[in-house]
Design a protein around this ligand. Structure first.
Ligand code: HEM
Length: 270
């Protein structure tokens, strides 16, 4: 692969002598005048870009379709949002541009929720280059750690009903926080973050505006979703009842203690 990429670089160098027109990433890198950017480094960079980008976005798209096929309400809202944009573009006789993908908030919520629930990259590895103490735990120098995103993304202290596909949970919520890290964070944050979201948005736009998702068991799916929703409501109700019962019990304990104290005092007085 290295050889193949280096031959492409060589070919481009021969064709693009002194060219300032950048048609792709290789052009950007070979037109950079820094002496540090050798052909070997350029080909390494290209491979580094291709491998992580190769299957992550297809997995994201596949999971989005899977979750949407189980959630007709979300699919309908997504379709309406994208159809509105498509009609507007047709009316204005314009093609899609970069800013359009940011103008689709529900589509972005579907992508965020797929990334959270799907955990395409389940975590990242790190090696301690010095002794590190985190919340009272010592990670000695040289030890490897694995930051497990899945356990955070599916933690019910952070997300209500974490195993449910619920794109609405992202409405008016900032996605830049330490408990939502599908693309990692810090210095090694995924450089493909915007490209991945853009590719998924373009796919979902064409998918929802040109195709219809038909399932033989659509009725069954809809029934299941209705049941899931009822179950979620019942769980919430139970939770509320438990809270109320806790309050009643606490009140009861205070009253009993009060009565006992008064009885003891009466006994003493007698
Ligand atoms: C759904 C799609 C994607 C997900 C979930 C994802 C996730 C991640 C994560 C979690 C890391 C951090 C690894 C670490 O800290 O050790 C990472 C790094 C990286 N990603 Fe992505 N990625 C996606 C798409 C892409 C795409 C499309 C590209 C390029 C075209 C890409 C290129 C890279 C590269 C080059 C790194 C290494 C960065 C470094 O080590 O400094 N990724 N990705």
């Amino acid at each position: 692969m290295v050889k193949l990429i280096q031959s492409i670089i060589q070919e481009k160098r021969e064709k693009n002598v002194m060219s300032t027109v950048n048609e792709d990433v290789v052009d950007v890198l070979i037109n950079n005048t820094s002496e540090e950017l050798t052909d070997e480094l350029i080909s390494d960079n290209m491979i580094d870009l291709m491998i992580p980008g190769e299957d992550s976005v297809p997995v994201l798209i596949t999971l989005a379709i899977k979750y949407l096929s189980d959630s007709p309400v979300a699919l309908q809202q997504l379709t309406e949002e994208n159809l509105t944009l498509k009609r507007l573009k047709e009316k204005q006789r314009e093609t899609l541009v970069w800013s359009d993908y940011l103008s689709l908030p529900f589509t972005q919520n579907v992508i965020s929720e797929t990334l959270r629930l799907g955990n395409i990259i389940i975590g990242v590895m790190r090696k301690a280059v010095k002794d590190v103490e985190i919340k009272g735990y010592l990670i000695p120098k040289g030890w490897c750690t694995f930051a497990y995103f899945r356990s955070v993304h599916l933690d019910d202290n952070l997300y209500d009903f974490p195993y449910q596909f619920n794109p609405w949970r992202w409405q008016n919520k900032d996605i830049n926080n330490s408990y939502f890290t599908p693309f990692g964070g810090g210095q090694r944050l995924c450089p493909g973050i915007d490209l991945a979201r853009l590719e998924a948005s373009i796919f979902l736009h064409h998918f929802t505006t040109q195709f219809r998702l038909l399932g033989e068991n659509r009725r069954l799916v809809e029934d299941r979703i209705a049941m899931q929703r009822e179950l979620a409501n019942a769980k919430e109700e139970l939770h509320r009842m438990n809270l109320t019962m806790g309050d009643v019990q606490a009140d009861h304990e205070i009253r009993s203690r009060d009565l006992i104290e008064r009885a003891l005092k009466l006994e003493g007085d007698l």
